[in-house]
Design a protein around this ligand. Structure first.
Ligand code: CAA
Length: 287
């Protein structure tokens, strides 16, 4: 299996834009897929804003920002991904959307060695791999938000993922992207969300029952346990729609009440108050 030089990232939302950014900063040729030219423009703006933030905070030179941007190309046609060595899927956390993307990628990729990775947080990777013509080349590669900041990637092989693919992707994540990889079994939620989701859903239930205010719940965990942010602010960062999808997949897998999205979360998603990305969630983001 050759070195991974050409990378594809499908989906350029919160996670996809971060993944595309770190791959471009690592010197890789990155093709980013979005559903329309408008969505691609919005994704590119997200990457530029994050790179600019790096320049402002002195972490990145202007030359390195421009070089990273020059390595990014956008396309609304998955057919353009034919020459990629590795494609990371980061579309919405919905089964039908992910399987449609992966099935198309399987048909499009020219090299039989090309790897398809999914950034799913909670959908069993085997269920996704089964929709492709190359289940042995499919693996979970789960990043954390904000991708340029969080140092972890969960590597999730299925029963059918080839050992070479696991080694190759782990080497890529650690050596090329400079992240720490941990291995998780293909069970909904993997390692991190298996621990995080019951905690986050408990915080919503605590607020919903009137047990404590949003401010106090968050202050409790920031000041009492030195978490960088409280659980409700973290839900706002993740996006309430994504958090609901993750919790639903985990509930579907284990039928564990602690995973079930509480009514308040569902109503907020229905209301479109999705957290930071819409300016309002458990807290307000007016800036
Ligand atoms: N892009 C690039 N850099 C960023 C960034 C972004 N989007 N957001 C923050 N940063 C950088 C800042 O530039 C800053 O760097 P310096 O200290 O070198 O200046 C640093 O990160 C800290 O940022 P801020 O000072 O603006 O803010 P902060 O100290 O409050 O940190 C935070 C913000 C990094 C988000 C921090 O609060 C944090 O780590 N929170 C927890 C996030 C978390 O738990 N993520 C996992 C979510 S779960 C998930 O993603 C998986 C899933 O499946 C749901």
């Amino acid at each position: 299996m050759g070195e991974i030089v050409t990378v594809g990232v499908v989906g350029c939302g919160l996670m996809g834009s971060g993944i595309a950014e770190i791959c471009a900063r690592a010197g890789l040729d990155v093709l980013v897929g979005e559903v329309s030219p408008e969505a691609a423009m919005a994704g590119r703006r997200r990457v530029v804003a994050s790179l600019d933030r790096g320049v402002r905070s002195g972490k990145l030179s202007e030359e390195d920002r421009d070089a990273a941007l020059s390595r990014l190309t956008f396309s609304a046609d998955l057919g353009d991904f034919a020459d990629r060595h590795l494609v990371i899927e980061a579309v919405a956390e919905r089964f039908e959307v992910k399987t449609a993307t992966l099935a198309t990628l399987g048909k499009v990729l020219r090299s039989p060695d090309a790897i398809i990775a999914s950034n799913t947080s909670s959908i069993p990777v085997m269920d996704l791999a089964a929709c492709t013509d190359r289940p042995d080349r499919v693996i979970g590669m789960h990043f954390f938000n904000p991708v340029p900041v969080q140092k972890l990637v969960e590597i999730v092989p299925t029963q059918l993922t080839s050992g070479h693919v696991v080694d190759h992707v782990t080497e890529f994540v650690t050596t090329r992207l400079g992240k720490t990889a941990i291995r998780a079994q293909d069970r909904s939620g993997f390692v991190v969300n298996a621990l995080l989701v019951p905690y986050l859903m408990s915080a919503v239930r605590m607020l919903e029952s009137g047990f404590a205010s949003a401010e106090d719940i968050d202050a409790g965990m920031v000041l009492g346990c030195a978490h960088p942010m409280g659980p409700l602010r973290l839900l706002d960062l993740i996006g309430l729609d994504t958090a609901q999808s993750v919790a639903e997949s985990m509930y579907e897998e284990f039928k564990e009440p602690l995973h079930a999205p509480p009514p308040l979360l569902r109503r907020m998603v229905a209301a479109g108050t999705l957290g930071r990305k819409t300016g309002r969630g458990f807290h307000r983001y007016d800036e």
